[in-house]
Write a protein that binds this ligand. Structure first.
Ligand code: SD4
Length: 321
Protein backbone atom coordinates (compact mmCIF):
# COMPACT_ATOMS: atom_id res chain seq x y z
CA UNK A 1 0.00 0.00 0.00
CA UNK A 2 1.39 3.38 -0.88
CA UNK A 3 1.65 6.03 1.78
CA UNK A 4 -1.00 8.02 -0.01
CA UNK A 5 -3.44 5.16 -0.06
CA UNK A 6 -2.76 4.42 3.60
CA UNK A 7 -3.33 8.04 4.54
CA UNK A 8 -6.50 8.07 2.47
CA UNK A 9 -7.86 4.92 4.15
CA UNK A 10 -6.88 6.22 7.55
CA UNK A 11 -8.69 9.48 6.92
CA UNK A 12 -11.76 7.78 5.47
CA UNK A 13 -11.93 5.38 8.40
CA UNK A 14 -11.85 8.14 11.01
CA UNK A 15 -14.20 10.41 9.09
CA UNK A 16 -16.60 7.46 8.97
CA UNK A 17 -16.43 7.01 12.73
CA UNK A 18 -16.88 10.71 13.33
CA UNK A 19 -19.95 11.06 11.20
CA UNK A 20 -21.63 7.78 12.08
CA UNK A 21 -20.80 7.55 15.77
CA UNK A 22 -20.27 11.21 16.55
CA UNK A 23 -17.42 10.31 18.90
CA UNK A 24 -16.47 13.40 20.83
CA UNK A 25 -13.01 14.60 19.99
CA UNK A 26 -13.57 13.65 16.38
CA UNK A 27 -16.89 15.41 15.94
CA UNK A 28 -16.75 18.86 14.41
CA UNK A 29 -16.19 21.26 17.29
CA UNK A 30 -19.06 23.51 18.28
CA UNK A 31 -18.11 27.10 17.64
CA UNK A 32 -18.21 29.76 20.31
CA UNK A 33 -20.92 32.24 19.36
CA UNK A 34 -19.91 35.78 18.49
CA UNK A 35 -23.42 37.05 18.02
CA UNK A 36 -24.64 39.55 20.61
CA UNK A 37 -27.10 38.03 23.06
CA UNK A 38 -28.99 39.39 26.07
CA UNK A 39 -31.18 37.33 28.37
CA UNK A 40 -32.84 38.67 31.52
CA UNK A 41 -35.32 37.52 34.13
CA UNK A 42 -38.95 38.62 33.84
CA UNK A 43 -40.35 41.06 31.31
CA UNK A 44 -37.36 43.36 31.45
CA UNK A 45 -37.60 44.36 27.81
CA UNK A 46 -36.33 47.93 28.19
CA UNK A 47 -33.30 46.75 30.14
CA UNK A 48 -32.53 44.15 27.48
CA UNK A 49 -32.83 46.74 24.74
CA UNK A 50 -30.42 49.05 26.55
CA UNK A 51 -27.92 46.21 26.90
CA UNK A 52 -28.35 45.07 23.31
CA UNK A 53 -27.76 48.59 22.04
CA UNK A 54 -24.34 48.57 23.73
CA UNK A 55 -23.53 45.21 22.12
CA UNK A 56 -24.81 46.35 18.75
CA UNK A 57 -22.33 49.21 18.84
CA UNK A 58 -19.47 46.79 19.46
CA UNK A 59 -19.56 47.41 23.21
CA UNK A 60 -18.45 44.65 25.52
CA UNK A 61 -20.60 42.25 27.53
CA UNK A 62 -19.68 43.89 30.85
CA UNK A 63 -20.66 47.42 29.82
CA UNK A 64 -23.83 46.04 28.26
CA UNK A 65 -24.96 44.18 31.34
CA UNK A 66 -24.22 47.16 33.57
CA UNK A 67 -26.15 49.57 31.33
CA UNK A 68 -28.98 47.07 31.04
CA UNK A 69 -29.68 46.52 34.73
CA UNK A 70 -29.37 50.25 35.46
CA UNK A 71 -32.75 50.70 33.73
CA UNK A 72 -34.89 48.97 36.40
CA UNK A 73 -32.60 50.33 39.14
CA UNK A 74 -33.79 53.83 38.21
CA UNK A 75 -37.41 52.88 37.44
CA UNK A 76 -39.81 53.83 40.28
CA UNK A 77 -42.41 51.40 38.93
CA UNK A 78 -40.16 48.39 39.39
CA UNK A 79 -40.97 47.44 42.98
CA UNK A 80 -38.25 44.84 43.39
CA UNK A 81 -35.23 46.84 42.26
CA UNK A 82 -33.53 50.07 43.37
CA UNK A 83 -35.53 53.31 43.29
CA UNK A 84 -39.16 52.53 44.13
CA UNK A 85 -38.24 49.12 45.55
CA UNK A 86 -40.23 47.85 48.53
CA UNK A 87 -38.52 48.63 51.82
CA UNK A 88 -37.60 46.36 54.71
CA UNK A 89 -39.81 46.01 57.81
CA UNK A 90 -38.40 49.29 59.12
CA UNK A 91 -39.31 51.22 55.99
CA UNK A 92 -35.76 51.43 54.60
CA UNK A 93 -34.96 50.40 51.04
CA UNK A 94 -31.77 48.34 51.07
CA UNK A 95 -30.28 47.10 47.82
CA UNK A 96 -28.14 44.11 46.83
CA UNK A 97 -26.24 43.88 43.57
CA UNK A 98 -23.43 42.01 41.87
CA UNK A 99 -21.61 41.80 38.57
CA UNK A 100 -19.22 39.28 37.04
CA UNK A 101 -17.04 39.49 33.95
CA UNK A 102 -15.40 37.21 31.39
CA UNK A 103 -12.18 37.04 33.38
CA UNK A 104 -14.00 35.55 36.34
CA UNK A 105 -13.69 38.77 38.31
CA UNK A 106 -16.66 39.78 40.40
CA UNK A 107 -17.89 42.53 42.68
CA UNK A 108 -20.85 42.89 44.96
CA UNK A 109 -22.60 45.24 47.36
CA UNK A 110 -25.06 44.09 50.00
CA UNK A 111 -27.39 45.90 52.39
CA UNK A 112 -26.56 49.20 50.69
CA UNK A 113 -28.77 52.23 51.28
CA UNK A 114 -29.51 55.48 49.42
CA UNK A 115 -27.51 54.77 46.28
CA UNK A 116 -29.40 54.75 42.98
CA UNK A 117 -27.13 52.42 41.00
CA UNK A 118 -25.73 49.66 43.20
CA UNK A 119 -24.53 47.73 40.14
CA UNK A 120 -22.09 50.53 39.37
CA UNK A 121 -20.76 50.37 42.91
CA UNK A 122 -20.44 46.58 42.60
CA UNK A 123 -18.41 47.08 39.43
CA UNK A 124 -16.12 49.51 41.26
CA UNK A 125 -15.66 46.98 44.06
CA UNK A 126 -14.62 44.49 41.39
CA UNK A 127 -12.28 46.82 39.52
CA UNK A 128 -10.86 49.05 42.21
CA UNK A 129 -10.59 47.00 45.38
CA UNK A 130 -8.94 43.70 46.26
CA UNK A 131 -12.33 42.53 47.60
CA UNK A 132 -15.48 40.93 46.24
CA UNK A 133 -18.19 42.11 48.66
CA UNK A 134 -18.73 45.36 50.53
CA UNK A 135 -21.65 45.62 52.94
CA UNK A 136 -23.90 48.29 54.44
CA UNK A 137 -22.27 51.41 55.76
CA UNK A 138 -18.86 50.46 54.36
CA UNK A 139 -20.34 49.95 50.90
CA UNK A 140 -22.03 53.33 51.14
CA UNK A 141 -18.83 55.05 52.30
CA UNK A 142 -17.01 53.48 49.36
CA UNK A 143 -19.74 54.66 46.97
CA UNK A 144 -19.67 58.23 48.30
CA UNK A 145 -15.87 58.30 48.11
CA UNK A 146 -16.20 57.31 44.46
CA UNK A 147 -18.51 60.15 43.53
CA UNK A 148 -21.92 58.54 43.98
CA UNK A 149 -24.54 60.72 45.65
CA UNK A 150 -27.04 59.86 48.33
CA UNK A 151 -30.61 59.56 47.15
CA UNK A 152 -33.68 58.36 49.06
CA UNK A 153 -34.93 55.27 47.21
CA UNK A 154 -38.29 55.09 49.00
CA UNK A 155 -40.97 56.49 46.71
CA UNK A 156 -44.30 57.79 47.96
CA UNK A 157 -46.11 54.75 46.48
CA UNK A 158 -43.77 52.28 48.18
CA UNK A 159 -44.02 54.19 51.46
CA UNK A 160 -47.84 54.06 51.36
CA UNK A 161 -47.82 50.33 50.61
CA UNK A 162 -45.42 49.73 53.49
CA UNK A 163 -47.64 51.71 55.87
CA UNK A 164 -50.57 49.61 54.78
CA UNK A 165 -48.49 46.48 55.45
CA UNK A 166 -47.59 47.80 58.92
CA UNK A 167 -51.25 47.54 59.97
CA UNK A 168 -50.85 43.78 60.21
CA UNK A 169 -47.09 43.58 59.81
CA UNK A 170 -47.43 39.92 58.88
CA UNK A 171 -43.87 38.77 58.42
CA UNK A 172 -44.00 36.36 55.53
CA UNK A 173 -40.71 36.22 53.75
CA UNK A 174 -42.21 33.90 51.15
CA UNK A 175 -42.08 35.82 47.93
CA UNK A 176 -45.37 36.27 46.17
CA UNK A 177 -45.24 34.12 43.09
CA UNK A 178 -46.48 36.73 40.63
CA UNK A 179 -44.96 39.74 42.25
CA UNK A 180 -41.36 39.68 41.10
CA UNK A 181 -39.21 41.74 38.91
CA UNK A 182 -35.69 41.46 40.29
CA UNK A 183 -33.37 41.57 37.34
CA UNK A 184 -30.69 39.02 36.60
CA UNK A 185 -29.12 39.63 33.19
CA UNK A 186 -26.67 37.63 31.07
CA UNK A 187 -24.87 39.03 28.03
CA UNK A 188 -22.56 37.80 25.29
CA UNK A 189 -20.70 40.22 23.04
CA UNK A 190 -19.30 40.12 19.51
CA UNK A 191 -15.97 38.84 20.87
CA UNK A 192 -17.89 35.91 22.33
CA UNK A 193 -17.25 37.05 25.90
CA UNK A 194 -19.83 36.64 28.65
CA UNK A 195 -20.89 38.83 31.57
CA UNK A 196 -23.71 38.91 34.09
CA UNK A 197 -25.30 41.11 36.72
CA UNK A 198 -28.07 40.79 39.25
CA UNK A 199 -29.65 43.65 41.18
CA UNK A 200 -32.57 43.91 43.60
CA UNK A 201 -34.11 45.57 46.60
CA UNK A 202 -34.72 42.06 47.90
CA UNK A 203 -37.71 40.53 49.56
CA UNK A 204 -40.39 43.06 50.53
CA UNK A 205 -40.56 43.89 54.25
CA UNK A 206 -37.61 41.65 55.01
CA UNK A 207 -35.88 41.76 58.39
CA UNK A 208 -33.45 44.63 58.63
CA UNK A 209 -30.05 43.44 57.49
CA UNK A 210 -31.37 40.50 55.48
CA UNK A 211 -29.38 39.76 52.33
CA UNK A 212 -30.70 37.42 49.65
CA UNK A 213 -29.12 35.46 46.83
CA UNK A 214 -28.95 38.25 44.28
CA UNK A 215 -25.57 39.77 45.29
CA UNK A 216 -23.98 36.45 46.26
CA UNK A 217 -21.74 35.04 43.56
CA UNK A 218 -22.75 31.44 42.88
CA UNK A 219 -26.23 31.87 44.34
CA UNK A 220 -27.81 34.72 42.36
CA UNK A 221 -25.28 34.87 39.52
CA UNK A 222 -22.38 32.94 38.06
CA UNK A 223 -20.35 33.43 34.90
CA UNK A 224 -17.64 31.14 33.57
CA UNK A 225 -16.35 32.37 30.23
CA UNK A 226 -15.30 28.85 29.22
CA UNK A 227 -18.76 27.38 29.83
CA UNK A 228 -21.70 29.74 30.26
CA UNK A 229 -23.58 31.88 32.73
CA UNK A 230 -26.64 31.69 34.96
CA UNK A 231 -28.74 33.91 37.19
CA UNK A 232 -31.91 33.56 39.19
CA UNK A 233 -34.84 35.19 40.89
CA UNK A 234 -37.34 34.25 43.55
CA UNK A 235 -36.96 33.33 47.20
CA UNK A 236 -33.29 34.09 47.72
CA UNK A 237 -32.85 31.76 50.67
CA UNK A 238 -33.57 28.76 48.44
CA UNK A 239 -30.86 29.74 45.95
CA UNK A 240 -28.44 30.49 48.79
CA UNK A 241 -28.94 27.00 50.21
CA UNK A 242 -28.26 25.36 46.87
CA UNK A 243 -25.88 27.81 45.13
CA UNK A 244 -28.33 27.60 42.25
CA UNK A 245 -26.50 29.72 39.66
CA UNK A 246 -23.17 27.99 40.19
CA UNK A 247 -24.96 24.67 39.95
CA UNK A 248 -26.47 25.55 36.56
CA UNK A 249 -23.03 26.45 35.21
CA UNK A 250 -21.56 23.22 36.57
CA UNK A 251 -24.28 21.19 34.83
CA UNK A 252 -23.44 22.97 31.58
CA UNK A 253 -19.75 22.21 32.17
CA UNK A 254 -20.72 18.56 32.30
CA UNK A 255 -22.37 18.87 28.90
CA UNK A 256 -25.96 19.91 29.56
CA UNK A 257 -27.64 22.56 27.45
CA UNK A 258 -28.67 25.75 29.29
CA UNK A 259 -32.27 24.50 29.29
CA UNK A 260 -31.43 21.09 30.73
CA UNK A 261 -29.04 22.63 33.27
CA UNK A 262 -31.78 24.98 34.56
CA UNK A 263 -34.20 22.05 34.83
CA UNK A 264 -31.71 19.96 36.80
CA UNK A 265 -30.87 22.86 39.13
CA UNK A 266 -34.58 23.54 39.80
CA UNK A 267 -34.98 19.85 40.63
CA UNK A 268 -32.11 20.22 43.11
CA UNK A 269 -33.83 23.22 44.74
CA UNK A 270 -37.07 21.20 44.93
CA UNK A 271 -35.31 18.19 46.47
CA UNK A 272 -33.60 20.47 48.96
CA UNK A 273 -36.97 21.82 50.16
CA UNK A 274 -39.29 18.83 50.57
CA UNK A 275 -42.76 19.89 51.62
CA UNK A 276 -42.10 23.62 51.19
CA UNK A 277 -41.07 24.10 47.56
CA UNK A 278 -44.75 24.31 46.57
CA UNK A 279 -44.98 27.61 48.43
CA UNK A 280 -42.29 29.67 46.75
CA UNK A 281 -40.98 30.58 43.35
CA UNK A 282 -37.50 30.19 41.90
CA UNK A 283 -36.74 31.04 38.28
CA UNK A 284 -33.38 30.33 36.69
CA UNK A 285 -32.01 31.40 33.31
CA UNK A 286 -28.77 30.42 31.59
CA UNK A 287 -26.70 30.93 28.47
CA UNK A 288 -23.75 28.98 27.14
CA UNK A 289 -20.78 30.05 25.05
CA UNK A 290 -22.48 28.69 21.91
CA UNK A 291 -25.20 31.34 22.15
CA UNK A 292 -27.84 28.93 23.45
CA UNK A 293 -30.11 29.93 26.32
CA UNK A 294 -32.78 28.45 28.53
CA UNK A 295 -34.90 28.99 31.61
CA UNK A 296 -37.00 27.02 34.08
CA UNK A 297 -38.90 27.65 37.29
CA UNK A 298 -40.66 25.86 40.12
CA UNK A 299 -44.04 27.52 39.64
CA UNK A 300 -45.77 28.55 36.45
CA UNK A 301 -45.68 32.28 35.86
CA UNK A 302 -41.96 32.86 35.39
CA UNK A 303 -40.84 34.53 32.18
CA UNK A 304 -37.60 35.82 30.71
CA UNK A 305 -36.72 38.21 27.92
CA UNK A 306 -34.24 37.40 25.15
CA UNK A 307 -32.72 39.58 22.44
CA UNK A 308 -30.42 38.20 19.78
CA UNK A 309 -29.90 38.82 16.06
CA UNK A 310 -33.40 37.44 15.39
CA UNK A 311 -35.04 40.11 17.56
CA UNK A 312 -36.54 40.26 21.03
CA UNK A 313 -39.08 38.00 22.69
CA UNK A 314 -40.63 37.34 26.05
CA UNK A 315 -40.47 33.62 26.77
CA UNK A 316 -42.91 31.96 29.15
CA UNK A 317 -40.81 29.55 31.13
CA UNK A 318 -41.78 25.93 31.57
CA UNK A 319 -42.01 24.92 35.20
CA UNK A 320 -41.63 21.97 37.57
CA UNK A 321 -45.20 22.35 38.89
C1 SD4 B 1 -34.16 38.04 47.02
N1 SD4 B 1 -34.05 36.89 44.93
O1 SD4 B 1 -33.72 39.02 47.61
C2 SD4 B 1 -34.41 38.14 45.53
C3 SD4 B 1 -35.82 38.55 45.32
C4 SD4 B 1 -36.35 38.44 43.93
O2 SD4 B 1 -37.90 39.15 42.40
O3 SD4 B 1 -35.87 37.75 43.08
N2 SD4 B 1 -37.42 39.14 43.65
O4 SD4 B 1 -34.42 36.98 47.59
Amino acid sequence: MTTNRRTFLHRTFFTGITTTLGISGFAPKKQRSKAPLVVATWNNEKACQAAYQVLDQQGNALDAVEQGVMIPEADPNDRSVGYGGRPDRDGKVTVDSCIMDAKGQCGSVVFLEDILHPVQVARKVMEQTPHVILAGEGAQQFALANGFEKQNLLTEDSRKEWQEWLKNAAYKPVINIENHDTIGMLTQDAMGDLAGACTTSGAAYKMRGRVGDSPIIGAGLYVDNTVGSATGTGLGEALLRTLGSFLVVEFMRQGDTPQKACEKAIKRVVDHHPGTYQEFQIGLIATDIYGRYGGYSIQPGFSYFVINAKGGQLIKSRSYL
